[in-house]
Design a protein around this ligand. Structure first.
Ligand code: ZN
Length: 152
């Protein structure tokens, strides 16, 4: 699983292959896509169990930045966002490290939320915030052009 993440902007979700989610079924977060968006940030940082050391100095900076923006955009406290995200990934992420055996790659759907700033694609709404550059994502998804399924 970790091999799918290049550690740069060209992660597999951006490449249109699919998106990472819990391998078992979970109750979705109140903020749609927060459950998927948060591990994505960790995955882009290559924070997989066995690859990196556990994080002991609070929240990794990029994840903290993502959560802060999600809180701001949705009018919530940072703590509330964190609780939602951590409830979703309980048993999957420990010490901000993803257990690779506990996540699955879902195949791409035919719509995507594309970041107007950096162009990243998100197959889950990502709580309205780009997992990469943390600007607001469009409220409505667009057809996924790279598959040719929904070309207009
Ligand atoms: Zn972006």
């Amino acid at each position: 699983m970790e091999a799918l993440f290049s550690g740069s902007n060209r992660d597999f979700e951006s490449l249109g292959m699919g998106w990472v989610d819990a391998a078992d079924s979970r109750i979705d977060t109140k903020l749609s896509g927060l459950g998927q968006g948060s591990p994505r940030v960790l995955a882009e940082l290559r924070r997989f169990h066995g690859l990196r050391d556990p994080y002991s100095a609070g929240i990794p900076k990029r994840l903290n930045g993502y959560w802060k923006k999600v809180a701001e955009v949705n009018g919530l406290d940072l703590g509330d966002v964190r609780v939602q995200a951590e409830t979703y990934w309980r048993g999957i992420v420990n010490d901000f490290l993803i257990g690779p055996a506990k996540v699955a790659l879902r195949s791409a759907e035919n719509h995507t939320w594309r970041c107007g700033m950096c162009g990243r694609q998100h197959f889950a709404p990502s709580a309205g915030v780009c997992a990469g550059c943390r600007v607001r994502l469009p409220a409505e998804p667009e057809a996924l052009r790279s598959t040719g399924l929904c070309s207009t």
